[in-house]
Design a protein around this ligand. Structure first.
Ligand SMILES: [Mg+2]
Length: 101
């Protein structure tokens, strides 16, 4: 049971790391204000919400091609990868500040 859970976690983490690499290749190291990070994360969460809605709602919109397992998983991975990137940002900037104060 524990091995099954770890295998599932490993598959998820590998996907998140690949997405994190993809984001880095696209945009490099990101420097945003905290408000900008919040809106970027919210945008990704919104895309995940859309993928879920396009999967489960009876009256789906004309963008139903954005639903389904593949899209929901991809959007969830993008949320996680961006959150990882935000943690990296916090560690670079705020961890230093707290050590100095
Ligand atoms: Mg997305």
């Amino acid at each position: 049971m524990e091995k099954q859970r770890h295998d599932a976690q490993l598959a998820a983490f590998v996907s998140v790391m690949k997405e994190r690499d993809r984001q880095h290749e696209l945009w490099g190291e990101q420097q945003h204000s905290l408000s900008e990070w919040h809106t970027l994360l919210s945008e990704e969460v919104g895309e995940l919400a859309q993928a879920i809605n396009e999967t489960v709602l009876v009256n789906r919109t004309k963008e139903k091609d954005k639903g389904g397992y593949d899209n929901m998983r991809a959007e969830a991975v993008q949320v996680a990868a961006l959150a990882v990137q935000f943690v990296e940002y916090l560690d670079r900037h705020y961890k230093q500040e707290e050590k100095q104060s």
